[in-house]
Write a protein that binds this ligand. Structure first.
Ligand SMILES: [Zn+2]
Length: 237
């Protein structure tokens, strides 16, 4: 986890982590605005809904609104060609967010050794039939029965990483389909080697499983606290 000083000039950095408690209203408001209004439209529509939220949350949303307008203005700006590679990367990332796959789950089994073998993902317990969504844009490379994963969806992202969503009751996408973050992929279920209705989420980098918790934290999503950033990781790498 990167530590930031509040005096740092980069205005994106201060709100990469959401300072509000788990299951916060903030996450719900942001998600609704995100899905409903798109990224650059966020703010104007989201703020009235946020009036009952604490001042710090409102402040977060105002910053987001300003940033969204800035992003739109920059996109139209005539000096677009003068921007360096880093700012181009940031713009691309803002339009390509990372999100939670669903809300209202119980984080159950972490990544790591379990019952004498490696549990290669995390388990998010939710009722059967709960829709789950793509955590990031990409191409569906698998949609169907996948051994112990039951009915599963695999999405390959543009950065080469892959997300596997297992134990679905139903998958609602087809192989080869392009999806955006937040697009529904299937419904939570209990198929394959599963002990109860839950979403098994797995992240692979270079074909190897990674602990999704720190991986997603690096992209602005805290899957244990069930929070997601307005934008994905916009810190230039
Ligand atoms: Zn699992």
């Amino acid at each position: 986890m990167r530590q930031r000083l509040s005096s740092e000039p980069d205005r994106y950095r201060g709100r990469r982590r959401v300072p509000t408690p788990p299951r916060s209203r903030y996450a719900a408001v942001v998600t609704t605005a995100f899905v409903g209004a798109g990224i650059v439209a966020l703010g104007a529509n989201a703020l009235p809904d946020a009036k009952s939220v604490s001042p710090s949350v409102l402040d977060e949303l105002r910053q987001a609104s300003v940033a969204g307008q800035d992003a739109a203005a920059r996109a139209d700006s005539a000096d677009r060609a003068n921007r360096d590679e880093r700012s181009t990367d940031s713009d691309a990332t803002e339009q390509d967010p990372w999100l939670l796959p669903l809300h209202g789950y119980d984080f159950k089994a972490p990544y790591g050794m379990r019952w004498g073998k490696l549990h290669t993902g995390i388990d998010l317990v939710a009722p059967e039939g709960t829709p789950y969504k793509a955590i990031h844009a990409g191409t569906v490379t698998k949609a169907g029965w996948f051994g112990g994963y039951g009915y599963a969806v695999i999405v390959k992202h543009s950065d080469g990483s892959e997300a596997i969503y297992g134990h679905s009751s139903v998958v609602t996408v087809k192989e080869g389909q392009e999806v955006k973050a937040g697009d529904q992929l299937g419904l939570v279920g209990n198929t394959g080697h599963s002990y109860g209705s839950h979403l098994h989420l797995e992240v692979h980098v270079n074909g190897q499983p990674r602990d999704p918790v720190p991986f997603l934290q690096d992209h602005g999503v805290d899957i244990k606290l069930e929070t997601e950033a307005i934008y994905a990781d916009v810190v230039p790498s």
